[in-house]
Ligand binder design. Sequence first.
Ligand code: PMP
Length: 452
Amino acid sequence: MTPSPERPKSHLFYQTRRRRPVLDQARGVYLWDVDGKRYLDGSSGAMVCNIGHSNERVLEAMRRQMEKSTFGYRLHFETEPAEKLAAKAAELAPKGMERAFFVSGGSEAVESAIKLARQYAVTQGEGLRWKVISRFPSYHGATLGALAVTGYTPMTAPFEAMMRPMPKIPAPRAYLDGLDPHDPATGAHYAAMLERKILEEGPETVLAFIVEPVGGASTGALVPPAGYMQAIREICSRYGVLLIHDEVMSGGGRTGKFFAGEHWNVDPDILVVSKGFAAGYAPLGAMMAQDRIVDAVLDDGGFIHGYTYAGNPLACAAGLAVLEEIERSGLMANATAIGALLKARLQGLMQRFPFVGDVRGEGLLLAFELVSDRATMTPFPASLGLYDKLVEIAYSKGLIIYSRRTRGGYAGDHFLVCPPMIATEAHVDEIIEMLTLSLAELEAEIGPLLDR
Ligand code: PMP
């Protein structure tokens, strides 16, 4: 997207110099830029805007709260929205998790989980435990603690000298390893890697294992193989390792359950949620833990951790209204039904385009992956930058999808297709239509490569 010449210099900066269209307004599943161009939000931002944009009931709840107060410092006041939201979160969370710790986003939630785990271990006389095992690839956040458990080399490399190295095991990408994800032996195969890593590190030094129940940007909606989630739960319990479910992206209903861990009936010791929790209406996240963990830390002098904006009443009022909207409008059931339809239609694209190598995901947390050879799942050369190219082609046609290249280890181009949970069949048609045109355009570009 080239900025128009008259566009003023920006005094903002993010990752790159790339300019983007200026957002004017957003309604439902659509966004409009200031030039009047319409975009279908096929990725709900970064898998955030789960209930769609500008929901009137949420806006009204926020207006009501704004009239009362927009800030109450947690060490001075309790607030009604924070209390109500925590009670609602306890209702939705696994049994035994009665309290929530509020933060402003996913990275803060992961930091909080790691620090609570560590403080709990110390209260238990297990101060030797500090290692947090995670998977490669994975994404758990950009702050240094969350980055240390992130398995994503392009984001971690420059900072490695500043972080304590944390052990990693491979994510269970059965589709790449030629294994059947429905065979429980596959789940057992990948779970055994966790046990071996715990033994290799010394179980007395391992604090926690952090996992995205359904993968996000790093693995492209990776659904674990049969038996995996139950097996890692059992292994963690056996070695006194705390199991942390990172539901920053998978939580909030997008997979058809409020927490994706529910698909496998496993309860973590600690869980974090953020993006869909207030669905983009306010920066908000939560960390929840089993009562025995929270009580042990609070009884031992308190949790040595906190953020200024924790429990912000306006953010909590938004979060509460979002959760009410999900229930009221049956959005999780819609995510299941429309997700199944969208997945089937994406699978249909595999017939038309041989370079679409895999379609995966659960509910409306879906992704497809491009490969130069489907039989061997060989990725395209990184230098082609297809992950970026296809996103830009789709963007020019008015469809937003999300990609992130996973370099280091396997290099794959995968794309998340995750519209808001209010999406209808007509929106699915529209997404597939624009995606088909976009893939055809990409095919014309990469055709010579495919013939070789
Ligand atoms: N964990 C997961 C699974 C995520 O997907 C993300 C964000 N993509 C984070 C943590 C970090 O969240 P945030 O960007 O809000 O800090």
